[in-house]
Every structure is written in structure tokens, then in C-alpha cells.
Design a protein around this ligand. Structure first.
Ligand SMILES: C[S@@+](CC[C@H](N)C(=O)[O-])C[C@H]1O[C@@H](n2cnc3c(N)ncnc32)[C@H](O)[C@@H]1O
Length: 857
């Protein structure tokens, strides 16, 4: 309940008397709030009235931050009166600095200071004299750190200004001549008129001494019409110099602006018109992490806070000794000559760094009400702030005599540009997977172009220490536990454009984790990428892989192109590199294929190499592989005692193993061998070498892959690349997938299961190219007489749990022929987690058709 005293003004008069009607409770509350600050009702009333008028009765603006606007307006008026009085008594104008120090802090001011202190970045805050730190020193400003000019960008910026801001400009406009602008990370100084350091930092004239930058008091200026006008003028001074730098493809901007030196005849560029307001720190940087759509400068209440762009929510000033390189101590009050200015209506959040050459620094973050807008993406500001904090602020010891505001500003711009660049790259590129073992970097590695290897490696500490360092030199792509591919994948919105078929992806981000043997995990945020019709691999392969659709308007399914396998989190692909050394052909030399005695790698293929000198798979080896594929029953089938596949189904009763082919492996030489990187026993690891094209297949098979050149029999085409998963992981994935048809891209790595006892779940691996894959994910199935055959290829490890699955031609293939392989599907197995499709392979031996006709009969 409200006591009567709360309704009394300082004179004891009662509201009910003053207001015959019941007093507006908001008015009463305002009076009460001011009373707490020791301000009488009498004083409050006229100002409140004015404010209500000014804010068009928008009480929220008056009430916010505990009636800050009201209190500020009252203090401003008081200040104006005091100044007037002082003038009248002919005591001269007191320097504002002195006044600030002499004035006891009024209650609200103290409150505000505390508030501001609490929000200041720690590094700067710590240096604050208020917080017991030492004074900031005069920053050393180097010529090289001074910014460039860019008149075009100025004009660009002008067009970027919102209508309301333009009105501000018009209201108090005093256009200034073009100023040097910060560009190109602020490194080089390019001005219309080259200026010497002296010109930039000549001492101020005594009468132009401005007060030291003090804590910015939000809401202080624009509360009275005059003050509002002053703020407009301040804005007008800035806008002509604002430059809105935009990163290509990045919807964010940095607005850079040179602040004109206004007080001194030795100013950087002499002002012709308006002086700069003395009492506000001059922002040197305002970062716009995410500009919003044009033309909306209102906050959610529909009101426009014109000054928000210049008045930081948080700020800190630190006073320092004078360390001016070019002038005496009096120059401490001068301001730095450059600033970055926000365009309020476009930016939901601004980061400002303001300083004076005397070392006063203000860092502020302003978040306006645009935060609630759907197009506002908060993570970016977090990222920006964190980066700025880490890279700039923490690394700056502001007490360091070498501290330079210009350097700080430059670093900050660098951070921001870096972020912008990263973002631009993200939006353009497909996934960038660093090979786990970058063979090209090894001492006797492969040729730079061709060197490839599997991208898995030690991750659970089971790696021999001798080799761990080698392995950990590069990162091992692993998918994070949280990323189940399917879970993380957002189906792309499809958008057809005239000459391209692009995935207009949602802003979904998927993580790819690179882990190394030290379990260092780096999570990379990647956005889905557009497919480039000229090269869906986007330069990740040695050759371009183009894309055409001459059949319909459909676009490629959403996936990320990876040139090498990546490890999904549970897959156990650890192996001991040391073991490889033991059996490896350390003594081989040059090209193993032309050596008189085959090296140890040939043991795997019966003492003879699988490749010809031309790099083709030898006829007999190839034919055996083809035969295995076409007629598995004629070959060695292995039946597990307890099949990991059946186990993965998680049925109550584990069904008997259906059998696995015991396949023939090719073992390639690699960097541990003594041979050269041109050794002919290195084929698959060199990657795709022929001209391939992803194209739409008319016969209802969706997309397919074709060759654009004639290929001889036994030629390597590509390997099947995807995520390395355990079968358990795959089954889980499939069961969680809305449609098993979506999951049409797994292949089992069971070629060596027969040589094992009971396989552990984590040893039963497969490749899934649904979400991450290479060009092989487009190869369609053909029963029996396909023109490709898959051959297991061992490169890095004798551990046959993991291997490369490589495709070689089964015959001569002509240019433009579709490439196919026999998936080995049993079309009668309705128990299989991946639903079989209705085969359209067109082969006269189609197993699907046969079965249908049998049934009909
Ligand atoms: C590895 S993908 C091949 C690329 C796929 N066509 C696409 O558009 O992305 C396998 C899927 O392609 C389709 N497919 C492959 N071979 C097929 C065939 N012979 N007949 C019908 N559909 C086939 C099936 O939908 C199958 O699940």
C-alpha cells in the first residue's frame, strides 16, 4: 500500500490537492523516484512535462533505467543553470575537467558510474584509475597505422544511412570535406592530402583544450530540445565521413569514419564548420556484426532513439599521462582523429571503442531493440565480442607504455575483417576436411597434387608414441558425438537458377570435429554450401567435377563434398603406425613396379603388384574381383559366429550371419615405404584423375555419374568417400531417419571380417556418404554387368577393419557413358534396414526384374 508521504511533494502538498483527479500513478512514481535522489517535486514537474512532450507521452522511455532520462534532464538543466550563474558572476568558464573532478557525484551519477564500471571490458576496466589501476599513457600513433581514404565508400555510406538519420543530418548538417578513412584493416594511411604526424598531433591551442573524456552518460544529451539538437548536430558531423565497408557475401558491415580534429589549428584536417562536441568520447570504432534490413530505425515501441548510435550502453574512460609523441602535455585532451560510426537503424548491436590521443579509451556495446527481430543473429556479436576481447583487449596491457589506441583499433578491425572473411568463406565453401595424415607433407611423401590418404587415425591413445607425433601433425577429421549427420542436417531449400542448380540452404550449421592423437578437439561451424555447377568438389579434387541436369529442374541433394573419409565419433579406426613400419618395404626405392623384386606391399596381392606400369589394375586380378562381385556364391564366403550386422539390428533374437565375401585387397605403397612418391604402386591415394560429371539420369534413377572421356579397362575412377561409422551407428542413424530411402548411401567395410574371430561393434565399420561424401555417392547400381567394380585398397594400415573402397572400370568405358557398380543388393531381403529401391538398371540380368517375373509366373 502506498503511504500518504509518497503522495506528498517536498513541500508537503498533496497530490490530491494539486490534481483534482486521482494522480496519474506514473507521475507519482516518477516523483518518488526523483525524491529518492533528493530532487524536489517542483523541480521534477516542469521537466517531466517537457519530457512527456518530447517523448510524445511515451512513458516507457522516461521510466526506463529507473527514470534515467528524467534525472539526466534535471541534471542537465541544473548544469545549464550553474554555468549561466558562473558566467554571470564573471568567474569565467570553468574547464569541464576541473568541474567534473570538483563536482561531487550526484546519487544517480554514482549509480551510473557503478553500472558502467560493471559493464566495462575487464582489461580496460582494470586499468581504470577508478578501479585502482594506473593511468593510461598517451598512445603512440604511428603514421602507418593511420587509415586510408575512400571517397567512394563515403558516398556508399551516405546511401546506407537510414531516412531518419538523413533527417538528422539535414537537421543540423554541416557537411565537411572528405576525410581520410580507415580501410584495408586501417593499415595504410591514404589521405587526399598527405599529413605528417605533426599535422596530425600538433598540440592544441590553449583555448581549444577539451575536457578529458569522462564516463559517457547515456541519455544525458537529448532530453531537452536544445540537447536533442546538439545530438543531431553531433550526428551530422559524423555522417558525411562514414564509410560502410562491406565484406563481399557477408551481410555485415563496418562503418569507418574519420573524426575531424576540431579544436586545434594543428588538427589533422582543419575544421571548416562545426566544432565537435567536447563532452563525449569520440568513437574510433563501431562494429556492426549483423546489419539488419534497411529502413527500420525504430525500436520495438516504434520510437527512434537517435542518439543510440553514439551513446554507448557501457563505457569507461581512463585518464593517462601525456605521452604525446608530437606535442606537450596539453594535447592530452585532444581526441583521436578517426572514428567508426554506427548506422543505428541497421545494426542491432554495436561495439564501440573510443579514445583520445591522451589514452582515454571507451569501449562500449550497444544493443538496440532490434535484438528481437527475426533477422538478428546474436551468435555473431558474441563471436565478434569474444574475438575482440581475446585478441585485442586481453592482449593489450593498457598500462603498457607501448599501448597504442590506433593499434588496438587496427587489431580490432583485423579481428572483425577476419570474422567477415571466415563468414564469407563459410558461405561459399563446402566442408574443408584436413587430411588426417597428409601424405604430401611427409619427407618421402607423395606428389603435392596426387598425395592423398585416408583421413583417419589414432584418436584413443592407442597409437605408438613414436608415430603419434607424426600422426598428430595433421588433424584427423572426426565428427562430433552430437553430430549424427542426420540430426544435424537440415534439408536444403531448393532453388533453381538459370544456369545453376543450387542448394539454398537454411542457416543450419553442422559441426565437424578435427581430433588429433592428443584428443584436441576443434569444432568447426560450417554452413551448408551451394553446389557449384562447374565443380561440385570446389577444387578439392585434382579435376573439376561438373554438374548437369538436362532432364528436369531438380537440384542436387543436400550433402557436403569431402574428398577423403572422415571418422564419425564412435568408429574405431585406431591403428598402430609402428606396425606398418615393421612390414613395410623400407628398403624399396624409386618405382616399385619397375623393380626386379616386388616390395613387401606386393605380398598382399600374392607377391605381384596389382597395378600395371600404366596404373591400371592387372587383368587377372581385376577379373577375379569382378567375378567375386558378380557371382559371390562361387567365392569364399565367411559366416560370422556372431555377426555384427545382425547384432546392430538390436533384435531380441540375433539372426545367423548371411555371409561376407572374403575379398582380395590391393596394398599400395605409401610414405612409410622407401620408394618415391611417383611409385606406380600408388594409385588410389592420388585421387580422381579422369573427367567425371554428375548428371541427371533419365530412367528414374535420379542423379548419376558419367565419364567425359574414354576410360580403359582397369582404370581407377574414384573411391567411395563418406563418414566412417560403426554399423551400430549406422543402424541408429537409419532408424532415426524419417525415411530409410533417404539413407541410400552406406557401404559395408566387411571385406576382411572373415579373418577375424568375433568382431567388436566398434570394429565393424561402414561408410555413409549421405551427408558427407564425394562423387561416388552418385554412382547408381547396375545388376551384374556394371562397368565399375569395387576393390578394397589398403594404403596406410594393415588393419583391414578400415580400408579404402576404390572403383575401377570392368571394361573399356566410352565418354558420356554412365558409370555404375553392383551394390550387391539382395532385393528379396526385406529385413535390411536400408529399403531396396525398384531397380531401373536396365541390365538384362537385373535381379529385381527377374524376381518380379518369377513372382508373376
Ligand atoms: C548411391 S545413390 C545413387 C545416386 C542417386 N541416384 C541420387 O540421385 O543421388 C543410390 C540411390 O540411387 C537410386 N538408384 C541407384 N541405382 C538405381 C537403379 N538401378 N534403379 C533405380 N534407382 C537407383 C536409388 O534411389 C538408390 O537408393
Amino acid at each position: 500500500m502506498l503511504g500518504s508521504s509518497k503522495f506528498c511533494n517536498s513541500n508537503g502538498s498533496n497530490y490530491s490537492k494539486r490534481y483534482p483527479m486521482a494522480p496519474n500513478p506514473r507521475v507519482a512514481k516518477a516523483f518518488r523516484a526523483m525524491k529518492v535522489l533528493g530532487i524536489s517535486e517542483e523541480k521534477v514537474k516542469p521537466i517531466l512535462k517537457n519530457l512527456l512532450k518530447l517523448y510524445d507521452k511515451n512513458w516507457e522511455l522516461i521510466e526506463e533505467e529507473n527514470y534515467r532520462a528524467l534525472a539526466d534532464a534535471i541534471f542537465d538543466q541544473e548544469e545549464a543553470q550553474v554555468t549561466e550563474q558562473k558566467k554571470n558572476t564573471d568567474r569565467g568558464v570553468m574547464d569541464e575537467e576541473a568541474r567534473v573532478h570538483e563536482e561531487p557525484e550526484r546519487p544517480l551519477k554514482r549509480l551510473r558510474l557503478r553500472y558502467q564500471e560493471g559493464h566495462v571490458s575487464p582489461s580496460v576496466g582494470n586499468s581504470s584509475p577508478r578501479l585502482g589501476g594506473t593511468s593510461l599513457r598517451q598512445p603512440k600513433v604511428e603514421e602507418a597505422e593511420l587509415p586510408e581514404t575512400c571517397p567512394q565508400q563515403q558516398s556508399q555510406d551516405m546511401t546506407d544511412l537510414s531516412q531518419s538519420n538523413m533527417e538528422n543530418v539535414r537537421a543540423g548538417s554541416h557537411p565537411l570535406s572528405p576525410q581520410p578513412l580507415i580501410r584495408n584493416k586501417g593499415k595504410q594511411a591514404v589521405s587526399h592530402k598527405p599529413l605528417s604526424i605533426q599535422e596530425r598531433f600538433e598540440p592544441s591551442q590553449p583555448d581549444s583544450v577539451s575536457p578529458p573524456i569522462r564516463l559517457k552518460e547515456k541519455g544525458k544529451e537529448p532530453l531537452s530540445p536544445q540537447i536533442a539538437q546538439r545530438d543531431k548536430r553531433a550526428f551530422s558531423e559524423r555522417t558525411p565521413h562514414a564509410v560502410h565497408l562491406r565484406e563481399p557475401n557477408v551481410d555485415r558491415g563496418i562503418v569507418l569514419l574519420m573524426k575531424q580534429q576540431t579544436h586545434s589549428s594543428h588538427a589533422l584536417i582543419k575544421p571548416k564548420d562545426e566544432p565537435v562536441t567536447d563532452d563525449m568520447p569520440q568513437p574510433i570504432a563501431v562494429i556492426h556484426p549483423e546489419p539488419l534490413s534497411k529502413g527500420n530505425s525504430s525500436n520495438e515501441n516504434g520510437s527512434i532513439r537517435e542518439h543510440d548510435g553514439f551513446e554507448p550502453l557501457v563505457s569507461q574512460s581512463v585518464h593517462g599521462e601525456d605521452r604525446n609523441v608530437a606535442g606537450p602535455a596539453s594535447s592530452r585532451e585532444r581526441r583521436t582523429n578517426c572514428e567508426l560510426v554506427s548506422i543505428v537503424d541497421k545494426s542491432p548491436a554495436n561495439l564501440e571503442i573510443a579514445s583520445s590521443p591522451s589514452g582515454d579509451v571507451k569501449i562500449s556495446l550497444t544493443c538496440n531493440s532490434a535484438l528481437g527481430r527475426p533477422d538478428f543473429r546474436m551468435p555473431s556479436i558474441d563471436t565478434v565480442l569474444k574475438m575482440v576481447e581475446d585478441k585485442c583487449l586481453r592482449s593489450y596491457k593498457v598500462l603498457d607504455p607501448n599501448f597504442s589506441v590506433m593499434k588496438l583499433m587496427k587489431d580490432m578491425c583485423d579481428c572483425f575483417l577476419e570474422l567477415g572473411t571466415e563468414s564469407a568463406n563459410e558461405s561459399q565453401e563446402t566442408i574443408d576436411v584436413t587430411p588426417a595424415i597428409d601424405l604430401s607433407k611427409q619427407s618421402n611423401g607423395l606428389d603435392a597434387l596426387g598425395a592423398r590418404g585416408m583421413t583417419f587415425g589414432p584418436s584413443n591413445g592407442s597409437v605408438d608414441t613414436q608415430c603419434a607425433a607424426e600422426a598428430s601433425e595433421s588433424q584427423i577429421p572426426r565428427l562430433p558425438p552430437s553430430s549424427s549427420g542426420m540430426d544435424d542436417w537440415t534439408k536444403a531449400n531448393k532453388d533453381n537458377t538459370e544456369n545453376s542448380c543450387e542448394i539454398d540452404e537454411e542457416k543450419e550449421q553442422t559441426n565437424l570435429v578435427h581430433a588429433n592423437s592428443h584428443s584436441l578437439v576443434v569444432v568447426e561451424q560450417r554452413q551448408l554450401a551451394l553446389h557449384d555447377v562447374n565443380d561440385i568438389a570446389k577444387g578439392q579434387e585434382k579435376v573439376l567435377i561438373s554438374l548437369v541436369n538436362e532432364v528436369n529442374n531438380e537440384c542436387l541433394p543436400s550433402f557436403r563434398y569431402i574428398p577423403q573419409n572422415v571418422v564419425f565419433h564412435n568408429a574405431n579406426v585406431n591403428f598402430s603406425l609402428a606396425q606398418i613400419g615393421e612390414n613395410c618395404c623400407l628398403t624399396c626405392f624409386g618405382n616399385c613396379l619397375s623393380s626386379s623384386a616386388p616390395c613387401a606391399c606386393a605380398h598382399e596381392t600374392g607377391g605381384d603388384f596389382a597395378y600395371t606400369l600404366e596404373g591400371l589394375v592387372k587383368e587377372d586380378f581385376l577379373e577375379e574381383c569382378i567375378s567375386m562381385s558378380r557371382d559371390p556364391q562361387k567365392h569364399n564366403l565367411f559366416y560370422c559366429k556372431e555377426c555384427p550386422l545382425e547384432r546392430s539390428k538390436k533384435d531380441d533374437i540375433i539372426e545367423p550371419c548371411k555371409g561376407h565375401l572374403v575379398r582380395k585387397f590391393i596394398k599400395e605403397c605409401w610414405w612409410k615405404c622407401g620408394c618415391s612418391k611417383q611409385c606406380g604402386n600408388r594409385v588410389v591415394q592420388r585421387g580422381i584423375n579422369c573427367n567425371l560429371q554428375v548428371c541427371r539420369i533419365p530412367e528414374g534413377k535420379g542423379w548419376g555419374l558419367r565419364t567425359l572421356e574414354d576410360l580403359p579397362k582397369g582404370a581407377f575412377v574414384c573411391e567411395y568417400v563418406g563418414e566412417i561409422l560403426t554399423n551400430a551407428e549406422l543402424y541408429k542413424r537409419i532408424s532415426q531417419s524419417p525415411s530409410s530411402e533417404e539413407h541410400a548411401y552406406p557401404v559395408l567395410l566387411d571385406a576382411n571380417w572373415g579373418s577375424e574371430g568375433v568382431l567388436k561393434d566398434e570394429e565393424a565399420l561402414c561408410l555413409d556418404a549421405t551427408y558427407y561424401g564425394n562423387v561416388a555417392r552418385f554412382i547408381n547400381h547396375r545388376c551384374f554387368d556394371s562397368n565399375l567394380v569395387e576393390i578394397p585398397v589398403e594404403v596406410e594400415t594393415p588393419d583391414h577393419h578400415y580400408y579404402h573402397l576404390a572403383f575401377f572400370t570392368t571394361r573399356k568405358v566410352e565418354a558420356l557413358e554412365e558409370l555404375t557398380w553392383d551394390y550387391g543388393i539382395d532385393f528379396d531381403d526385406h529385413d535390411h534396414p536400408v529399403k531396396a529401391f525398384k531397380c531401373q538398371c536396365g541390365s538384362e540380368f537385373c535381379r529385381n526384374i527377374k524376381r518380379s517375373s518369377k513372382r508373376l509366373v
